[in-house]
Design a protein around this ligand. Structure first.
Ligand code: C2E
Ligand code: CA
Ligand code: CA
Length: 707
């Protein structure tokens, strides 16, 4: 067992020899004659597992030697057995105090002394060695384990800078370095090399805070890999409990780049969703629901202020889309939103987009009244000529808020109802809601409910209004106009039920009925041998969207054996504007087929003469507004009318003036060169039988006379 060694420190040679003899078979023996020599031997690096120490020696005695080695970290763990001969109890106590492990007395009893030494050796040296070996094994196992963990583990000194004192394979691999390359990064550059600049300071703050409190720290930072690539790393760290000059920190690193990517995407989607929930995507202003919410809040917070809800609608917006394309349409809507934003400061009111071309605002009534004219001008100027070269009119439906607890949606519905009552060419392009508008809605619904019965029971019938040639004075045509005699409500004006049926689509069926009545009338005349004049029928815009107009008309003519020249088709001007494409294809085809096409109500909308030259039109029906204009003293109305008639002639179109009520108007139109005239001045719309009589007396037939 020579690997274990004992040092015998004893001044008497004889005693050293006795002791050596006792142990030389089991241990390697070193001898020293006093404390000083023994100390020198230890200092030289001699490996000693136990010291047998005499108490009294010259030069340096046992007590002094003991005190010195127990104070020296290098030797303090070596067990010491003191040998004494009648040692004073006081000395013995001192030796124990200094750290002696056992005592033996002289003369030496071999049995006792070897057992004590063996015990001490087993206890201190062998057990200690075993423990060391176990610890070494465990630490190796631990290192292997730590290196196979997918994450990074590191221990850092946190001083002025962060310095890495230990790291596992996971850590250098995560950062894309070899073990050596990571080690080679200078202490003071650890942080700046591995962490993205913006994240360095916040990370250090967290670290320092965790160092102070001893609490666990968590941070997710952007890290720089050796090749410059960026990764996201989640760090969990805590101060190590061991006492050390520079405090240490253990940290676990997990790469979370993928997770972070997913999280970022989720965040983006979420914020977009949140945006969509509140903001109108096209214009960036409040959407319907957000407007409702914000308005309800505004009203509740200002119960003393009188507010108006306004619904703004761009008249004929569909035309803008059709003429200029959807992209320009979108631009118009965005501009509209901007104008509202510029004119309604946030501290005054709220604005939003309800749907399509409908915007809505809530502002104090006083503010609205003050600025409405100006605002409409801004809108017209801001869009027209700026975004599109097309007249843009805005209609505004208004609702005076009375009960602030009512749902804002209901308030908007009422403003919308008011909006619907504004006619396309109205002078006043805004209208306040009144309760009878709701009644109107009920009334409309009642009309719709009665439609089927009315058709079945022939409550509808036609009237024919003569059209007179200005040169000859004879009746040369007629317009068929529908009437409704309701069994309970009595006579209902077409001005009321036509727009209603146009809105819900029944108009097409009603028109078929009228057309058939006209064909029946013409057919009967043929059979009775009465001279016929062409009858114009009104074609509602809804027919262009259905696609079977030509077939319908042709089959009717065939059924009653009537030629195409006997039927003229009236299409209102606004239909030309609203559905330019369909009009060109459907009406153009009918024109080619041989039907005479009339543009009805010319001048009531925004059509221009320029547009006329390409449109499928044979006869221009000049709207009553022109004729009414003749009543004015100013000559301007007259000049415009004259000009229109001249222009139509130049593009080889004929003209009808409608709504002529006085002899004066008639003569003026005749002078201007207007071809034909329709109006109360000659005749009200007549029943078919009345018309036959009128035709007989005013027609170009044998008994006809000039009007
Ligand atoms: P419209 O096509 O412009 O018809 C002319 C309207 O002017 C008729 O009103 C007629 O009675 C009226 N009128 C004729 N001469 C004069 C006059 O000298 N002074 C005044 N103030 N008015 C005059 P009505 O019959 O009430 O029809 C109104 C509108 O209803 C029509 O306007 C037309 O748009 C529509 N409508 C009438 N019948 C039909 C139809 O069968 N189908 C379709 N789709 N619409 C029809
Ligand atoms: Ca008409
Ligand atoms: Ca008309």
């Amino acid at each position: 067992m020579s690997e274990l060694s004992i040092m015998i420190v004893e001044d008497e040679k004889i005693n050293r020899t006795i002791l050596s003899k006792m142990f030389e078979d089991t241990y390697r023996i070193y001898e020293a004659e006093n404390g000083k020599v023994a100390l020198e031997m230890l200092e030289c690096g001699m490996k000693v597992d136990l010291i047998l120490l005499d108490l009294l020696m010259p030069v340096m005695d046992g007590i002094e030697f003991l005190a010195l080695i127990k104070a020296d970290e290098r030797f303090s763990k070596i067990p010491v057995v003191m040998n004494t001969q009648n040692a004073a109890a006081e000395m013995e106590a001192r030796a124990f105090e200094l750290g002696a492990d056992d005592f033996v007395t002289k003369p030496y009893d071999r049995n006792i002394i070897t057992r004590r030494v063996d015990n001490l050796i087993r206890k201190y040296v062998l057990e200690h060695r075993q423990m060391e070996a176990r610890l070494k094994n465990a630490s190796e196992e631990f290192n292997n384990l730590v290196d196979t963990i997918p994450g990074g583990i590191g221990i850092f000194e946190i001083g002025e800078t962060i310095a890495c004192v230990y790291f596992n394979d996971g850590l250098h691999q995560m950062f894309g370095y070899s073990r050596e390359a990571l080690k080679a990064i200078p202490r003071e550059e650890t942080l700046t090399t591995t962490i993205v600049k913006e994240d360095q300071k916040p990370l250090m703050e967290k670290v320092r805070n965790a160092m102070e409190t001893g609490e666990k720290m968590r941070a997710t930072v952007r890290a720089k890999k050796a090749n410059g690539a960026l990764i996201w790393v989640a760090i969990t760290a805590q101060k190590l409990a061991v006492e050390a000059e520079v405090p240490r920190f253990q940290a676990i690193f997990l790469e979370v780049t993928e997770e972070k990517k997913i999280e970022e995407e989720m965040k983006k989607t979420l914020s977009e969703l949140q945006y969509r929930m509140k903001w109108d995507v096209l214009t960036g202003i409040y959407n319907r629901q957000a407007f409702y919410d914000a308005t309800a809040k505004l009203l509740a917070e200002n119960p003393e202020t009188k507010y108006v809800i306004a619904v703004w609608n761009i008249d004929h917006f569909k035309v803008v889309n059709e003429l200029f394309g959807n992209a320009v349409g979108d631009q118009v809507l965005r501009r509209m939103a901007e104008i509202l934003k510029e004119n309604i400061p946030d501290y005054i009111g709220i604005y939003g987009r309800l749907e399509a071309d409908r915007f809505t605002t809530c502002a104090p009534k006083s503010y609205y009244e003050e600025t409405k004219g100006q605002m409409r001008e801004y809108i017209a100027k801001g869009i027209q000529g700026n975004v599109v070269n097309y007249p843009v009119y805005v209609h505004i439906g208004l609702y005076d808020v009375e009960d602030i607890t009512e749902p804002v949606g209901t308030m908007c519905d009422r403003a919308k109802l008011a909006l619907q009552t504004i006619k396309t060419n109205a002078v006043d392009r805004f209208c306040y809601y009144t309760p009878d508008m709701s009644d109107q809605l009920y009334r409309e619904q009642a009309l719709v409910n009665d439609f089927d019965t009315a058709l079945k029971e022939r409550q509808f019938y036609i009237r024919l209004q003569p059209i007179i040639d200005t040169q000859s004075g004879f009746v040369v045509a007629a317009e068929a106009l529908v009437r409704w005699n309701h069994p309970e409500k009595g006579f209902i004006s077409p001005g009321e039920f036509i727009p209603t049926f146009e809105r819900n689509g029944y108009i097409t069926e009603m028109d078929y009925f009228v057309w058939e009545e006209v064909c029946r009338f013409l057919c009967e005349n043929e059979e009775k041998g009465i001279t016929n004049v062409p009858v114009s029928i009104n074609i509602s815009r809804k027919h262009f969207l259905k696609g079977n107009l030509k077939e319908k008309l042709l089959s009717l003519l065939e059924k009653y054996n009537i030629s195409k020249e006997m039927i003229k088709l009236e299409v209102t001007e606004s239909a030309y504007m609203e559905h330019p494409k369909q009009i060109h294809s459907v009406i153009g085809e009918l024109q080619e087929e041989g039907f005479v096409i009339m543009m009805d109500d010319f001048g009531s909308g925004y059509s221009s003469l320029n547009m006329l030259k390409d449109a499928p039109v044979d006869i221009l029906k000049i709207d009553m507004v022109f004729i009414e204009g003749l009543k004015d003293d100013s000559t301007r109305g007259r000049d415009i009318l004259h000009c229109v008639i001249d222009m139509t002639k130049r593009i080889h179109m004929r003209t009808v003036a409608e709504g002529v009520e006085t002899r004066e108007q008639y003569q003026l139109l005749k002078c201007m060169g207007c071809d034909t005239i329709q109006g109360f001045y000659f005749s009200k719309p007549l029943s078919p039988d009345e018309f036959r009589i009128y035709l007989k007396s005013h027609g170009d037939g044998p008994s006809g006379s000039k009007t």
